[in-house]
Design a protein around this ligand. Structure first.
Ligand SMILES: [Zn+2]
Length: 541
């Protein structure tokens, strides 16, 4: 049975300065765009007709890097991001344990605190603070960046850290003056050293996280997500779970895995056995290997070429050595698998480019990319261009980072960082996203930040290094076509043209004519994925 839909009476964004009124959709694909009259003539019998009420229609948004599973967890778990003091953090934790004792039986891992947002003392919480929540239930609270966490005494005891402090390659366990752990854990390896003593969430729990996150995502107009959920310790489980969600019709959007395998043996296994599977299609598909090279700017763990201006002697953390990076990139590349790597500091980016350069010959055909690419100078950006490496960036990070970046790296390097306009001028493929749950997955605040270079309160008045502002069309295209490019789908996604997938959104107001400051408040009225309406305002609640 064929399914036909006409959306008419809209303002359809086709290309810069090119709008049409209507779309004709058949079997999930856009067949024609044109005037109301032209399109109406195509309607066959039983064709569904949808009046857009004069509203603006954009291609569906593609978030090129987020963590959908964690988004779901954040929706269910305590909202640490709301804490403005350590006392509030303690109170939020206490209340959650009181309200949901069943959920915390084996322990509580949650994330989102940020000491920079604290109103009084801006220190990170220690184990002693979290002990005020509980001495019996093991607790780990991650910082919003995901690169620093605090554990309470119970959790540290379970990990044996009062008997012995292990030497870790990719992380540090902070100590107090008396040699006992402070509770602060830097980077993934330190985190997992403690977290592995917590019970793993059940499949039902994981599924409920996904379902909440998917509902949330389509309500913000996301039609595709590139999500880093599968890791060394869970990738088979996550692959199976997503397949199940798809089979049961619960995967309302398109999902591309970014697969975080840092153990070469796992990667070898994966490349040998799991890489190809006929159940993957345009709804659910495997994607790149996702690696981490450094930490975060907020936590001063991003790897810089010069010491932190506000912490002399500190250059940040290298999460994965150059040798391991070369090995993993080599394996992936040989297996025709794309690689995207988390780099925040300029030194991290240039070392990862060294690894990429060894495999990129005669063009970057696998489209290896750099996720975040925040601290840059022109030379680094030109090298990225020369190697044809893509940048998967998060303009919404400006909301917070524009307040700290000058202090962290000094104004000179800050002035050439978050260089979204320069990236476009150089012809680097940029795709936008949010790294949610680091930030809310709503795309509009990100578009606003890219276009205005201001935080969400409108600061600074003239924009942060305003030469790096991009045009509205550039921002929209990076959020749609840019994401399509990184997944090799620029001929199928990111435009509303014949032959493209019918993934689109209808907005409540016209993004092209409202004042720039109001872009961040835009809402989606309807989201369509492959011709199917997956979200409609007022559907629920
Ligand atoms: Zn991330």
């Amino acid at each position: 049975m064929t399914m036909e839909t006409i959306i008419y009476n809209g303002k359809v964004y086709v290309d810069k300065d090119h709008f049409e009124e209507a779309l004709y959709i058949k079997d999930g694909l856009i067949v024609a765009v044109g005037s109301n009259q032209e399109i109406m003539e195509l309607a066959g019998e039983g064709c569904e007709k949808l009046d857009a009420g004069g509203k603006t229609i954009l291609p569906g948004f593609i978030d090129s890097h987020l963590h959908l599973l964690s988004v779901g967890e954040y929706l269910v778990l305590p909202r640490l991001r709301d804490a403005r003091t350590i006392d509030e953090l303690v109170e939020i934790g206490r209340k959650f344990i009181e309200d949901k004792p069943k959920l915390v039986e084996g322990g509580l891992i949650a994330g989102g605190w940020n000491q920079d947002l604290f109103t009084g003392e801006k220190r990170m919480p220690s184990r002693h603070d979290l002990d005020r929540i509980s001495r019996e239930i093991p607790i780990i609270f991650e910082r919003v960046c995901g690169h620093v966490a605090t554990a309470n005494t119970k959790a540290l005891e379970l990990a044996g850290l009062f008997d012995e402090i292990p030497k870790l390659e990719g992380g540090t366990i902070e100590l107090e003056e008396d040699g006992t752990p402070s509770g602060i854990l830097n980077e993934g390896e330190a985190f997992s050293y403690v977290a592995r003593h917590f019970p793993r969430p059940s499949l039902e729990e994981l599924e409920s996280y996904y379902i909440s996150a998917i509902d949330h995502a389509v309500s913000f107009g996301l039609t595709s997500v590139h999500s880093t959920d599968a890791r060394d310790n869970n990738y088979k489980e996550i692959f199976e779970l997503l397949k199940k969600l798809k089979r049961e019709g619960k995967l309302l959007l398109r999902f591309r895995h970014q697969i975080n395998l840092e153990e070469p043996d796992n990667l070898r296994d994966f490349l040998a056995s799991e890489y190809q599977d006929e159940s993957y299609d345009e709804q659910l598909y495997l994607g790149p290997l996702k690696l981490f090279k450094d930490g975060s700017l907020g936590g001063r763990t991003a790897l810089l070429s010069k010491e932190y201006q506000d912490e002399p002697g500190n250059f940040g953390i290298e999460v994965i050595s150059n040798e391991r990076m070369d090995e993993l990139v080599g394996l992936a590349h040989e297996g025709a698998m794309q690689v995207v790597t988390h780099v925040i500091g300029d030194e991290a980016a240039s070392r990862v480019l060294d690894s990429y350069e060894k495999v990129i010959k005669g063009g970057n055909k696998l489209r290896h990319g750099l996720v975040h690419t925040q601290i840059t100078d022109l030379k680094l950006l030109e090298r990225i261009r020369d190697l044809e490496v893509a940048c998967l960036v998060q303009p919404i990070f400006l909301d917070y980072d524009l307040h700290i970046v000058d202090d962290r790296v000094g104004p000179e390097l800050a002035s050439t960082s978050y260089a979204f306009k320069t990236m476009n001028k150089l012809g680097i493929n940029t795709s936008y996203g949010t790294d949610s749950p680091i930030e809310e997955l709503n795309p509009f605040p990100g578009i606003y930040c890219a276009v205005t270079r201001k935080d969400l309160e409108g600061y600074p008045e003239r924009g942060h290094y305003p030469d790096e502002r991009v045009s509205l069309e550039e921002a929209i295209d990076s959020y749609t076509l840019g994401g399509a490019h990184i997944e090799f789908n620029e001929d199928r996604k990111g435009r509303l043209k014949p032959g493209y997938l019918a993934d689109l959104v209808i907005l409540n107001r016209d993004i092209f004519t409202i004042p720039e400051e109001e872009i961040k408040d835009l809402k989606v009225e309807l989201t369509m994925v492959g011709g199917r309406v997956v979200y409609k305002k007022d559907d629920k609640k």
